[in-house]
Design a protein. Structure first.
Lengths: 468, 300
């Protein structure tokens, strides 16, 4: 075992073998851990029950109640895709007044991309965003969001335009020569629009002011934006710079010295929520044209219950096939693996449901289900690898106890390397992918991580208990 | 069983499967669905709440008239239909047929809509696949860095990616042929099928490679080809059992999972079988071939 650890680049086996050492001495404590996790998973997975009758008392059961204590924004529930659950459909009309006819299609595409980014950043997975043209002169974006039925919430999510602009203080004497749309006054001071805007921002973050500990939005400009910002601040040292969001002045701080690094901070009276909202919207980019909501409607699921039942039936059948197949191939070992697989499914579903209260919610759609099938295959594979190895060691004349331990430690490097590769793939797909690709990657990564846990901890503990 | 001895035959089998697909890809390309190309969106309004049966009937009317339909969504009295781009004639025809089958309605709107899976999504997915392939090569090269001579660890990484490309080509080729001759379409589910197959392919190959690494450490002195062959045979049971489990689940989905996921399951089946084949008969033999070519060059 020691020797193997030397070849272990991640030190996985190292930590792993210590963990196992302690569990070998005490498989009961590992068993307790598994039992507790299972109870938790079952609790989380249970649906809401109303009016359960127990004797002559009735009461309601809702796993959500526990999570409500934490005052979370999102409800604990399985998030399903548009086809399974329906959602909200919005039609946004683009105001193309400012664009020449040749720019219109391009501007529409750009608007679509910004909305796609916003929806993605707000953590709604697998939306449909598409451009639409009616007749010759009506340009629109259609947005369909799964799961959300509160139209106002959806409006908040994508409705605001987040057009950020920067205005520099000028002397009142020079104000006359500037066109009125590029100038405004605030308590006697004149401000002129600069060429710096939200489009010059590379990224934004929310941080906290070290003195007042109030939330603020940090801006980092693009190289181009940095130059513009440096020029402006150089010119107006000692004067004020107004930051305007959607025609409203957020703040107008005085510039003490020229800022050449391309960093800026907006401090004006945010709550954490509003700072986050602004930061997210700025990150998604500015809309090239103003959009207005033309209509919104709630769409119902397209896949009927029949087709959902069909898929579920096929899934259950597939599961039974795996159980039978494993038991035929590996006898008692197969039964152990099947139990581990049941727990694997419970854990994974629980994580899916739990994910609904985080920004990385898993949406159950057909593509997510594909990722899930693949991860089941990999969970079974880990067990098969271990069992085949044990068989070999038994054939080599090792005792049953030793064969179990050797089977695990020798199969470990291949389980580790194959799963790390899969994790690499899923992380890259999540990082660069959009829409369905992202949903798939998330499900796959969760599945692989839990399958490693299931093979290494669950199967192993069961085997030790069965063979002792 | 001597798999390495016959390796050129196995490479040939792969080529026989891949080349027709490649030719079809070049000549006919892929038959992309409305999700990729965009189309029309119709809004119909009825006088009463629309039922699920009526929605199903809408879809039937479209398919009966050989007009591709992507989705029919309902919202109270309204129905939104996404279909292939409709000509004026087709629009009139379908309106007549629909009135015949499901009763009176008004066509509120006719829109021309862009793709749901735009070129950006596809390009990002391709970019992600290339980046993850490079990272996997790096990871394998690093994880196998202590593998004894004569092999270098970089070869393991590259061979694994060659096997991956093999599987993707098989899948794309077969679906290009299916698309041209049977009208089977590439949709968003196919994209996830490809991603699934990529994950499975590398996973499967690494298990075989891991055994080669272990055996090289134990019997470093032996003939490289023999070590690889032994390693393949030792992991053969596992490879077949794992694939068989997944294949059985997929067959269950194919038979009972319903119409909407049929071709998706077929794509997964082809990919999983190809992935198993390529990790046994391509990836590991490729290591031996590489070794042989190198030693020949050194002798010269």
């Amino acid at each position: 075992m020691r020797k193997q650890c030397l070849h272990d680049p991640f030190g996985f086996a190292q930590g792993h073998s210590e963990l196992i050492e302690s569990m070998r001495k005490n498989p009961r404590s590992a068993l307790w851990l598994i039992i507790i996790l299972t109870i938790l998973a079952v609790f989380i997975n249970l649906p809401k029950f109303d009016n359960i009758r127990l004797g002559n008392k009735t009461f309601n059961f809702d796993p959500n109640a526990v999570f409500k204590i934490f005052n979370l924004k999102n409800e604990l529930a399985f998030r399903k895709g548009l086809d399974l659950e329906g959602g909200t459909s919005l039609i946004l009309k683009a105001d193309m007044q400012s664009k020449s006819s040749s720019q219109k299609t391009q501007a529409l595409e750009a608007a679509k991309t910004v909305i796609e980014n916003r929806v993605n950043l707000f953590g709604v997975s697998e939306p449909i965003v598409q451009t639409s043209i009616v007749g010759n002169n009506d340009y629109r974006v259609i947005v369909e969001l799964p799961g959300l039925t509160d139209v106002n919430k959806v409006r908040d999510l994508i409705g605001t335009t987040a057009q950020l602009s920067f205005w520099q203080e000028i002397a009142s004497s020079s104000a006359k020569n500037i066109s009125p749309s590029d100038i405004f006054t605030m308590s006697g001071t004149y401000f002129q629009k600069t060429n710096l805007s939200g489009a010059d921002i590379r990224e934004t973050n929310v941080s906290f002011d070290s003195n007042t500990s109030r939330p603020q939005v940090q801006l980092k400009f693009t190289p181009e934006g940095t130059k513009k910002f440096a020029n402006i601040t150089q010119k107006i040292v000692g004067k004020r710079l107004a930051i305007v969001l959607d025609n409203q002045v957020i703040e107008a701080p005085a510039v003490n010295q020229a800022i050449l690094t391309g960093d800026a901070v907006i401090t004006g009276g945010f709550t954490i929520d509003s700072a986050n909202q602004l930061s997210t919207e700025l990150n998604a980019g500015a809309l090239p044209v103003p959009l207005k909501i033309l209509s919104s409607s709630i769409i119902e699921p397209t896949l009927g219950t029949v087709s959902l039942q069909k898929s579920l039936f096929a899934g259950v059948l597939g599961f039974i096939i795996i159980v039978v197949f494993m038991t035929v191939l590996y006898g008692r070992l197969g039964a152990v693996a099947s139990t581990a697989l049941v727990l694997y499914t419970l854990f994974t579903l629980a994580i899916f449901k739990l994910s609904s209260i985080t920004p990385y919610g898993v949406t159950l759609t057909l593509s997510g289900i594909a990722g899930f099938i693949l991860s089941i295959g990999m969970a079974v594979d880990a067990n098969i690898l271990i069992f085949e190895r044990m068989k070999e060691e038994l054939r080599g004349g090792k005792s049953k106890d030793t064969a179990i331990e050797l089977g695990f430690s020798r199969a470990w490097t291949s389980i580790r390397d194959s799963n790390v590769s899969t994790l690499i793939t899923s992380f890259v797909l999540y990082e660069f992918g959009t829409g369905i690709v992202r949903g798939f990657a998330l499900v796959l990564a969760i599945g692989v991580l839990i399958s490693m846990f299931s093979a290494i901890v669950v199967t192993r503990t069961f085997l030790r208990l069965v063979y002792k | 069983m001597n798999i390495i001895g016959k390796k050129n035959w196995y490479f040939l089998i792969s080529l026989i499967i891949i080349i027709p697909g490649l030719i079809s890809l070049v000549l006919f390309g892929l038959n992309l669905s409305i999700e990729f190309s965009g189309g029309s969106r119709l809004t119909l309004s009825f006088s009463k709440e629309v039922s699920k049966e009526q929605i199903a009937e809408v879809k039937n009317v479209f398919t009966d008239n050989k007009i591709k339909i992507l989705s029919a969504e309902k919202s109270g009295k309204y129905v939104y239909i996404r279909s292939q781009p409709l000509s004026e004639k087709q629009d009139l025809l379908i309106t007549d047929k629909l009135k015949e089958k499901i009763g009176k309605f008004k066509q509120e709107q006719y829109e021309t809509v862009g793709p749901i899976i735009g070129s950006e999504i596809t390009l990002n997915a391709i970019k992600a696949i290339i980046i993850s392939s490079i990272l996997i090569v790096l990871y394998i090269t690093w994880s196998f860095r202590k593998v004894p001579k004569p092999t270098g660890s970089l070869r393991f990484g590259i061979s694994a990616i060659v096997a991956l490309i093999h599987d993707v080509l098989v899948l794309l080729g077969v679906f290009s042929l299916l698309g041209h001759f049977y009208g089977i379409e590439i949709d968003s589910l196919f994209v996830t099928a490809i991603l699934t197959v990529i994950g499975f392919s590398v996973h499967d190959t690494i298990v075989v490679f891991d055994r080669i690494r272990e055996n090289l450490k134990r019997f470093g002195g032996e003939d490289f080809a023999k070590v690889v062959n032994d390693s393949i045979l030792q992991t053969l049971d596992r490879s077949l059992n794992t694939s068989l489990t997944v294949v059985l689940v997929l067959v269950a989905l194919l038979l009972f999972g319903g119409e909407s996921i049929r071709w998706f399951v077929v794509a997964l089946l082809i990919g999983i079988i190809s992935g198993t084949y390529s990790s046994i008969f391509n990836a590991a033999p490729l290591l031996v071939l590489w070794q042989e070519l190198l030693s020949k060059r050194i002798k010269k």
